[in-house]
Design a protein around this ligand. Sequence first.
Ligand code: BES
Ligand code: MN
Length: 872
Amino acid sequence: MAVLPPRELDDGCTDTAPKELQELSHSAAVLSIAVSDEYIFAATSNGEISVWSLGSYQLVQTIQAHRHSVLCLFLTSDYKYLFSSACEPIISVWCPKTFVRLFEIYSTYDVGDVFSVVYSAQRDTVYIGTQTASIQWVSLKDAEREGSAESASHPDKRQHRFFDSRAVGGTSTPRRTEDHYALIPRAQALLEIDSGAVEQYAHFGWVFCLRIARGPSVLVDADEDVLVSGGGDGTIKIWRLTDDGTDYGDGDKVNGGIVKLLTLGEDDGQSVLCLEVDGSFLYAGKLDGIVELWDIDTQQKLRVIKAHDDKVNSLKMSFGLLWSASASGSASSHSTVHDTKDAFGSSSEVSQKYQCLSRWKAHGGRVLSSAVAVHGQDQLFITGANDNTVRVWRVNSIPTESVEAVDHLENMMLKSLEDFVSFKTVSSRPDFTEDCHKGATFLGSLFKRLGAQVEMLSTGGLHNPIVFAKFSGKFMPAEKRKRTLFYGHYDVVPADTKAGNWQSDPFKLKGKDGYLYGRGVSDNKGPIIAALYAVSDLLQNRELDSDIIFVIEGEEESGSRGFQDTIRRNKALVGHVDYVLLANSYWLDDEVPCLTYGLRGVLHATVCIDSKLPDLHSGVDGSNMIFEPLSDLTLLLSKLKDRKNHVNIPGFYDGILPVTEEEELRYDDIASILIRRNPANGPIDALKRSLMARWREPNLTIHRYNVSGPDGSLISSHATANVSIRLVPGQEVEEVIKSLRAFLAVEFATFESDNTLTVRIDNKAEPWLGVPGNYIFRTLEEAVMQAWEVPVSSANGAGTVTGEPKKMRKPLYIREGGSIPTIRFLEKEFNAPAAHLPCGQASDAAHLHNERLRYLNLIKSREIFKTVFGKL
Ligand code: BES
Ligand code: MN
C-alpha cells in the first residue's frame, strides 16, 4: 500500500496523524473521557463508564453509571474522586481506583441535563452547570447531612409534570423503568443539594462547561480557586467561591456560594462549548471551529484561532501544545510559543504562535471529548467520538536509535514489532523473496542494535537466510556460562485481503481493544520481539549471565527448507547448547496460561496422476477407452480412508505410545479447568477424547486438487492432490512416508491404468515430546506463575481491582496438533532438551485473517522470558 506524503492544508498545517496506538470500541457514543495514572475512563450515551487499563488497554470494567447519557466526567488531580453527570438530575462520585460509588448527589430543583461538573479541593465542593441555566453546588463535607432515597425531594420521588399528572379517569402514565437501571450500583451516601445552593440564570443559556482557575489577580488572592463557566449565551463568567452561608431563616445554612466577578465575551452570542485553563489564559471552544484565547487578568480577548471547520468540542493544553477536537471528526495541535530556533529572527524561519502543526481525521464521526496522559515515555492524546470508539494517539516521537535509557525500551518494543510486521515475509510465494530478505536484514540490524553479534546464514541461495544472533553473558567465564538457543521464524503465511475479510491492512500493525492485529504478529514475530526485548532488559540491568543464541529462520511455514543443512554447516558458530526454547503456539482458551510439551509431526505430499495424452475435450474424446487422470486420482485417494476417517494405510496407527497414568491425570486437569471456565466445552469424556485425538493420534487430510488446462469440458492430462499426514511421538516420519508410498503404489496397480502415479514429499517434520518435569519446564512454570498471578475469584483475569489476595495458578501442560519441523532436529543435533512457551491465546487466528496477539500477552511474555533467560 502506498504511503501518501503529508499534505499541506490551506492554513499551512499538515494532515499527518500522530501514531494511533489503540482503538477501543464501545457500543455507544463516547461523550467524555478522563485518564488517571492507571485507567482510561470513557463515558457514553448509554449511561455507562467503561474503564480500560492504561498500560495494556484491557477492558477492566464497565459500570452502569447513569440511566441516560453520561455528559461529563471530572477526575480530581489526586485521583481521589471521579465525578459523572448525565441527562438526569443525579451526579455520581466514584472512587477511580476501586470504582465504588461513593456519593449520589441530587438537586431539589429541576435541573434538566447536567452538562458539566467540577470540583474545588480548596472548598471540598462540587459545582454543576445545568440545562436550566443554573450553577449549583454542594460540599462533600455535608455527606453526614445526607438525604435519602426515601426523601420526598429525591428525583425518583418528586412529582413529574408528565408522568405524575392524572389523566382522565385518574390514572397516571407509568414511568418507564428499564432493565439496566437495576445495574446502577447503590451509593455509599446520598447528598442533597440545598435549595439555597443555586445560582439561577448563571447564564442566559445552558451552562456547557465549568473549570476551576486562578485569578484575576487584582480581585482574588493568587492561590485562590475561582470558578469559570461557559454558556450557551456565548459568555464566559468568572465566579469567586465563598464559604459564606446564606441563612434561609429555617436554621439551615447553605454552605458555600458563588459571587460573579467578571463576564467575558458579551459581544458574541456563540455558545462556549468547552474551556481550558492555562495559568491566567483561558481557551474557549466555540461554533465554526473557533478557539478564543482570553487573558483573565486583563480581561482581554488576545486571539481568535480558526482551528476546525465545525464545533470545537474539546480543548486540552498539554506537552506545550494546544490540542483540540471537533465535530468535523478532526483533531489538531497548535504551537503556543514562538519557536526561536533562529535567534536573528528571519521571519520565514520563526514559527508563529498558535500555528497549526497538524490537523488530522481522528474519527469517522464527531469527536466529542478528549484527554491527555503520559504513560511511560509515551505522551498520549486520547479522543472519543460518536463513532463509538476511543482512540489513543502517541503524540511524541520516540527515538529509534538511542537505547541508552531503559524507559525507552517499552515503546521501542511496540515500534520494533510494528516495523517487523510491515515486511511481507511470505516464504511460500517466490514474488515475496525480496521482502523476506529485507525482513531478515531488518531483524539482523535490530539484534545488532540491541547488542548481539549477528550473522546471516545463507541457506544455499534458494531459500531465505537464517538470522543468527548471539548475546553473550557478562559475568562468568565463557566455559561456565549456560547456553540457550531460542528458535523462531520470521516468515509468515500469505494474507489474502481480496475477499475483504481483513479489517485492517495485514502488514500494518493495528491496535484495537487491547489486541495487536497483523499477519505474523502471533506466529511468530510478536514472541520473537518479546524474547529479544527480554534479553535487552537483562543486558540493561546487567543481569545476563548466560549466552542467549537466537536462531530465526525464514522457511518454517514452508517446511524449514534448508534449515538442517545450514545449521549443520554452522555448528561451530552455534557451539554448545544446553537448552532449546521456542514460543510458537497458543493457549487452549483465552484465559489459562499453558506450557506446551508435545507437537505432532507432519508430512506434506503431492500425489500426481499423469496421462501420456494431452488435455482432451470430454465430448469429442471422452469414452470408456480413456483413463482419466482425475478419475484415477479420485478413486486412489478414496482408498486412503473410510467414512469415519479411519486411515487404511497398513501400520498407520502403529507406534502410538500408550497413555501413562500421569498423562491421564493431565488430561483430566485440562478438561476440568476448560469445562469450569466454559461448560459448553463439556462433557468431560468427549473433551478428553477430542484433545487426545488431536494431540496423540495421527490423522490424514486431503487439502486440495489441481488439474491442468483451462476451465471447461476438459479431460485434464494432469491431476494432482495435496495430502498431509500428522504423526505422533512414537512414529518416524520416514517410516510413514514409506508406507504411504507403498500403499498408493499397490492400490494404483490394481487400476491397470495407462496413467502414471508419482508421489512427491514436499516437506516433513518429526513429532516432538518434551519432558514436563525437567529443569527448563520447571523454570518456565515458575516464571509463568509469577507473571500471570490472578486473583482467586477473578473470572476473566482482568486484574486486581478490589484488592483481593492473589493466588498463583499453575500453567496447564498441553500438547499441540500442529508441527514445527526443526524442534526434534535441534534437540537431537545439540543433545539439549527443548521447551515451548505459548505466548498467544486460542483466539489469535494464526494462519487465518485478522491474526492478532493480545498486547498484555506480549508484555507478559517479555516478563516471562526475562525471568527464564535470567535463570537458565
Ligand atoms: N506455529 C505453527 C505450529 C503450530 C500450529 C503450533 C498449531 C501449535 C498449534 C507453525 O508456524 C506452523 O504453522 N507449522 C506448520 C508446519 C508445516 C508447514 C511443516 C503446520 O503445523 O502445519
Ligand atoms: Mn505457522
